[in-house]
Design a protein around this ligand. Structure first.
Ligand SMILES: Cc1ncc(COP(=O)(O)O)c(C=O)c1O
Length: 383
């Protein structure tokens, strides 16, 4: 059964527009479309195909399983994956022609072993921790890792395709950390080359640095959020100012409307009480679908041509909104929780502000229960 009273409409024309825009902002770099976490909730395979057709030449995902899912769907583009633990099925990764990030000696050794076993050289991107203290080998440990990689290149089991790192504070352009990380990154590339390696790709910038730090563009940029049309620097510029178009529109059909008296308490805990006789509408989405409970009493909604807000607590499957007196909204009327911001509807950024979080979390947490409806998909989208 495909019926569901809510949906996320994914506009592939917006994704194509955003890829074009990102290429314009980073003209000297290739684009790796970051499609991890189900393409930030937008749909892994369809988004990957559209991004590639629009001019991205690489794909990036966090989990090995996400990369293998893309290959299983027939997507053959260059594809980098970076999260796995010791004992991961790296033979499958190597045979699938994946590029695999390496941050530690054990990872290099396991990849080399997988390459020997399968007879296929492993494609490696050495990841350097230039200041995020998350993934990546420390600059102190890099020379030894690079020497070990060089020995494996000489053996013919490893191809060091790239060197990469990730920025911690690129959304704060005047703050200074990005410059420090960039300088450490250039040092790291020199150390890798000093070990006799010749990586072809250096990459550092995700969405915020694409807009705030052109010196970090290097050979390849790795946009995630901006691909989906959301601003990575909402305190500095909104999506429209950056030339981006939000691709996801979350709609829910009112399943019930009712007129209630003034002083009517609403939802669990009665944290909302009507201040006049009013009409309430019940929408069939809740925190079980990824609607943040932190947006209780705050989350904005466009319904019946008016901006209204969530009344009371967000429940697991439902929210109530207060339409105000005199509303003619009926059951079945479609509410827009967020869209591209051009029609008076709130945006994912508005929901992030209402919930005290970031727009990344609003879109990527949207649950599987909400069907994705893909529109403006072009026939020539390939992979
Ligand atoms: C290593 C890496 N590169 C690129 C990205 C894309 O980041 P953004 O969505 O800010 O563009 C991410 C996402 O967190 C990431 O972890």
């Amino acid at each position: 059964m495909t019926y569901h009273p809510a949906r996320a409409v994914i506009d592939h024309a917006a994704i194509r527009h955003n890829v074009t825009r990102l290429r314009e902002v980073a003209p000297a770099a290739d684009v790796m479309a970051v499609v991890k976490a189900d393409a930030y909730g937008h749909g892994l395979v369809p988004v990957a195909r559209t991004a590639l057709a629009a001019g991205a030449t690489w794909l990036g995902v966090a989990q090995l399983g996400e990369a293998l899912a893309l290959r299983a769907a027939g997507v053959q583009a260059p594809l980098l994956t970076w999260l796995y633990s010791p004992g991961a099925p790296l033979g499958e990764a190597v045979e699938a022609g994946l590029d695999v990030s390496v941050s530690a000696p054990w990872a290099l050794a396991e990849l080399a072993e997988a390459a020997r076993r399968t007879g296929t050289p492993a494609r490696v991107h050495l990841k350097v921790d230039t200041g995020m203290s998350r993934g990546g080998v420390t600059p102190a440990d890099l020379p030894a890792l690079a020497r070990a990689a060089a020995a494996l290149v000489a053996e013919g089991v490893v191809d060091v395709v790239g060197v990469w790192s990730h920025l911690a504070r690129a959304d704060e352009p005047d703050e200074g950390t990005t410059g420090v990380q960039l300088a450490r990154f250039h040092d790291a590339v020199r150390a890798v080359e000093g070990a006799g390696l010749a990586p072809r790709l250096r990459h550092l910038a995700a969405s915020s640095a694409i807009f705030t730090a052109p010196a970090t563009h290097l050979d390849l940029v790795r946009p995630g959020l901006a691909l989906y049309g959301l601003s990575p620097i909402p305190d500095l510029a909104d999506a429209a100012t950056l030339g981006l178009r939000p691709a996801m529109r979350l709609e829910a059909d009112a399943i019930l409307v009712k007129d209630v008296d003034t002083a009517t308490p609403v939802s669990y805990g009665h944290t909302y009480v009507t201040d006049a006789a009013t009409r309430l509408a019940v929408l069939p989405v809740g925190y079980g679908d990824g609607i943040p409970r932190h947006a209780s009493n705050r989350g904005p909604v466009l319904l019946g041509g008016r901006r209204v807000r969530v009344a009371g607590r967000v429940c697991m499957d439902q929210v109530v909104v207060d339409l105000g007196p005199g509303s003619d909204v009926a059951a079945g009327t479609t509410a827009v929780l967020f869209g591209d911001g051009t029609d008076g509807a709130p945006t994912a950024q508005d929901w992030a502000d209402a919930a005290g979080t970031i727009s990344y979390e609003i879109v990527s947490r949207l649950g599987d229960r909400v069907p994705r409806v893909h529109v403006n998909v072009r026939e020539d989208a390939d992979g």
